[in-house]
Design a protein around this ligand. Structure first.
Ligand code: AMP
Length: 423
């Protein structure tokens, strides 16, 4: 099979790595990919992923069997719809279904209509009524841009001053049209977990749970980031909690989409808080998470191509998925100094000492090759993923590898997975 993967991050590297491991795959193309991906796939940089016509022509020319869409923007822009209209198979939700991620108010309405437990909320187009509702909820309260804001459109306001400042910024168009509509919602307390469901429009398969460390510094302090590290599975999720999440959050949402005439295909990624009153939905994403994918995929033993093709063709009911049950995974993100604020690009990264370490994979997130040298080209640059029988051992392996990477301009959080290392 020939596959085209859209995207350029660590998530896409992990996805390409899974396809590369399948005997059914003869060639992988990545648009645009990165330096790490270029070692296992052919990177295409002559057109952009926003150019749907160029993608369609490329797929026809290369006889691509299916397109795997990694990031959210092309999904929200309707890439899957356009590919399917041209007779090209694609993995990912339609533009309509991608609204579960692309519009917080859409997601909230589906959740409320299908009795999925979520935080109390209301949507607003101006500040005065938003403030009134926030005062009713009390502090802290959560302010969210309605549309896509690259993971930066959520502010937890501790007081009225912060609330007012945030509303002024959002309504003034901090995130363009994405923050012209704003959601105010109740702050939920508890452990946060992410669940991944592989969906074919009729059935779904659980791919398991991961936990993410979002703050830039140790002990969950400092600024919010796209994710500094992850671990999987989640020891906080008991079988009972899992059952509740699958039957009361995932299944009713997929049923609601089906009933609306828009069956959901692709990955439904649920961000969930385990509150003292049970699991509550925070948000949906309609694709794999980054850096969650890097710890979810290595636990899957079933051929990844079989899973994805079954999801595209509506055949998941026929698949029996197998996991490496005893595998614990930790992913540590290496970032350029300064991230998530301003940072320098262009420093050299030397991975010679970590090429072949057992149970350790290095996924690239923001790298390019320049004059045969590996160069840091983003804020999040590398993902060091280690697997072992325990989290403690996996952490040791990940940080041992990190200590061997020659890149002075980079940093990591030193406590990824620490809170679960004895679980
Ligand atoms: P979201 O983009 O909706 O996932 O929000 C980003 C992050 O903000 C989440 O991963 C949570 O850590 C936090 N967050 C969002 N909504 C809430 C909420 N209602 N209560 C507590 N934390 C929240």
């Amino acid at each position: 099979m020939k596959i085209l993967v859209i995207g350029s991050g660590g998530r896409e590297h992990a996805i390409c790595d899974k396809f590369y491991a399948s005997k059914k795959v003869s060639k992988i193309f990545a648009l645009p990919g990165n330096a790490g991906i270029s070692e296992i796939a052919q990177c295409v940089t002559s057109f952009k992923s926003s150019d749907h016509e160029a993608i369609i022509n490329f797929c026809k020319e290369k006889a691509i069997d299916f397109v795997f869409v990694g990031p959210e923007q092309p999904l929200v822009d309707g890439l899957v719809d356009d590919l399917e209209k041209s007779g090209i198979k694609a993995f990912g939700p339609s533009k309509y279904c991608a609204q579960l991620e692309g519009s917080k108010s859409f997601m909230k309405k589906i959740a409320t209509d299908s009795n999925v437990a979520t935080a109390r909320y209301q949507a607003f187009l101006e500040a005065d009524s938003a403030i009134e509702f926030a005062l009713e909820l009390g502090f802290p309260c959560v302010i969210k841009a309605d549309g896509l804001a690259a993971g930066k459109g959520v502010v937890i306001a501790e007081n009225i001053l912060q609330l007012k400042e945030t509303l002024v910024e959002f309504f003034a168009g901090k995130f363009g049209d994405a923050s012209k509509k704003v959601i105010i919602e109740e702050f939920l307390e508890g452990v946060e977990v992410s669940h991944f469901a592989l969906c074919d429009g009729k059935d779904f398969i659980s791919l398991g749970f991961a936990c993410d460390h979002k703050k830039v510094k140790e002990n969950e302090t400092g600024a919010n980031t796209g994710g500094m590290g992850t671990f999987s599975p989640s020891p906080f999720v008991t079988l009972e909690i899992e059952e509740e999440i699958l039957t009361k959050i995932v299944a009713p949402t997929l049923d609601a989409m089906k009933k609306s005439g828009n069956p959901f295909k692709g990955i439904l990624f649920a961000g969930i808080i385990l509150t003292k009153n049970g699991p509550k939905l925070l948000e949906f994403n309609t694709r794999f998470g980054d850096p969650e994918t890097q710890v979810i995929l290595p636990r899957i033993k079933t051929d990844f191509v079989d899973l994805i093709v079954a999801a595209i063709d509506g055949n998941l009911a026929k698949i029996k998925i197998e996991f490496a049950e005893d595998k614990k995974l930790v992913c540590v993100v290496m970032c350029a100094n300064g991230y998530p604020e301003a940072y320098e690009k262009g420093s050299e990264v030397n991975l010679a000492a970590v090429k072949n370490i057992p149970d350790v994979k290095i996924f690239h997130a923001g790298t390019i090759f320049q004059d045969k040298k590996l160069i840091a080209n983003g804020g999040r640059v590398l993902n060091v993923v280690a697997s072992a029988k325990s989290f403690k051992e996996a952490r040791v392996k990940a940080y041992d590898a990190i200590n061997k990477i020659d890149w002075k301009e980079g940093f990591v959080r030193r406590d990824i997975g620490q809170k679960v290392e004895n679980m």
